[in-house]
Design a protein. Sequence first.
Lengths: 142, 142
Amino acid sequence: MTRVVAQGTFDILHPGHVHYLQDAADMGDELHVIVARSVNVTHKQPPVVPDEQRREMVGALKPVDEAHLGHPEDIFVPIERIEPDIIALGYDQHHDDEQLEAALSARGLDCDICRASPLEAEAADRLLSTGRIIDRIVDERS
Amino acid sequence: MTRVVAQGTFDILHPGHVHYLQDAADMGDELHVIVARSVNVTHKQPPVVPDEQRREMVGALKPVDEAHLGHPEDIFVPIERIEPDIIALGYDQHHDDEQLEAALSARGLDCDICRASPLEAEAADRLLSTGRIIDRIVDERS
């Protein structure tokens, strides 16, 4: 039984999220997703949708076995609880794989780090990021 | 084998959608969802997310077996193709059940019409409509 962990903010769901999670699910047998709490989203604008609602929506997607909220202070706490064999990073997530691997080792966590593939955008009008959906809403509705 | 059809716009997905679709799925064995094309959304503002992307996202939700786009001219065409036993309406969808039943009969379609239950909103900060999510985005980001 290979347990995989994926993680992200998942503010407004779009096909890029589904692709990442399907790719992660295909790396093993059971997919757990750690959904970042708003207080921990510091590298971009805070999400629009509340924490628990984002967790609930990720848990409603077919590739996902269980969705968890992250720990507010220590990102490794849910990893220690879930004990994954693989951590699947999104193709565009800004993590240094080697640094992450070293940090996991230092905590006694032994898991592989894999990168998901990007989604090929076959239709030009696809909105493949929460930011693009938000931009379109602001353009059309405000 | 009881086949159920649900339908709607499903612009920005939220837990109210998931609840409606789970309720509809629980009415039978196989859930088909007809996603309204933008050109046919006349009773409210047109959706932000393109037709095909909305269909794809609805199809990624656990309760859904298959998601279809509606017919641009004749709403009964996909119903005739899917041949459902039950049409599940959302608790707040503005359809006159008797009028719909009569229209189905006139087309030789024999299926029951059921209403889904409303979702109890246990958390005050839940955003249980696409409109509320859009309003928050316009408030916070424009």
